[in-house]
Ligand binder design. Structure first.
Ligand code: PGA
Length: 251
């Protein structure tokens, strides 16, 4: 059975105090969440060590939103995978569309980041997804297949056990427009088949594939009911403990 995950990507939101209050609000309600659903929160870097303390002794896992593509040294402004592990992270998100779009995150960089994440004992939430124009052109399957092959196909089957894939259509992120359950299932099934063709069925069946993009309490149930959707990567709705927990309870 593959893991069900609901992960909150806080992006560049909240002060430390607000982030701690949010983390505490999630901890207070965690018992309402089905035991087979793993909650993950991804606060900004500056919040990690203090949020780690709030999460200690709870089943909620800590994630970063990104990590450096070099191990250490003269890379001003970067945060290494080793530092994230040291701060208490179990995961890092990599390849979010906002990083690809605004910060020049290429597949080559992502391959380096992923290797460093694994070396330091972090699991990776690896994001893929097409832009609106790409979907309109009908090339969304090709775009996602390329994002997967350029990065994930450099990994071993053993490393794939430490990867969660997040499908996030760029046109649905923060826009209020969600992919329909049918649209999401179609591409999630495609992603699983793509993984199966390269790594074999066992790896593909064991890989958790999350949906992200305007996922909220009102649409989570329909999305999570799809056979190839194993949870969500939640942006806006993860900034309210009640909404985040309601999404996790939608299973
Ligand atoms: P959203 O963001 O839920 O605000 O659309 C999702 C994401 O970018 O991870």
């Amino acid at each position: 059975m593959r893991k069900k995950i609901v992960a909150g990507n806080w992006k560049m939101n909240t002060t430390v105090a607000e982030g701690l209050a949010l983390a505490k609000g999630i901890v207070e309600k965690v018992e309402e969440v089905p035991a087979d659903v793993t909650l993950v929160v991804a606060p900004p870097f500056t919040h990690l060590t203090s949020v780690a303390q709030v999460l200690e002794g709870t089943p909620i896992q800590l994630s970063a939103q990104n990590c450096a593509d070099e191990p250490k040294g003269a890379f001003t402004g970067e945060v290494s995978a080793a530092m994230l592990k040291d701060a208490g992270c179990a995961y890092t998100i990599l390849g979010h569309s906002e990083r690809r779009e605004y910060y020049g995150e290429t597949s080559a960089k992502l391959v380096k980041k992923m290797a460093l994440a694994f070396e330091n004992g972090l699991d990776v939430i690896f994001c893929v997804g097409e832009k609106l124009a790409e979907r309109q052109e009908g090339i969304h399957f090709d775009v996602v297949a390329t994002q997967i092959s350029e990065v994930l196909f450099t990994l071993t089957a053993e490393q794939m056990a430490h990867v969660v894939v997040a499908y996030e259509p760029v046109w649905a992120i923060g826009t209020g427009v969600t992919a329909t359950a049918a649209q999401a299932q179609e591409i999630h099934g495609f992603i699983r088949n793509t993984l199966s063709a390269h790594f074999g069925e066992e790896v593909a069946e064991a890989t958790t594939i999350l949906y992200g993009g305007s996922c909220k309490p009102s649409n989570a149930q329909e999305l999570f009911a799809c056979p190839d959707i194993d949870g969500g990567l939640i942006g806006g709705a993860s900034l309210k403990a009640g909404d985040f927990i309601a999404i996790a309870k939608a299973y």
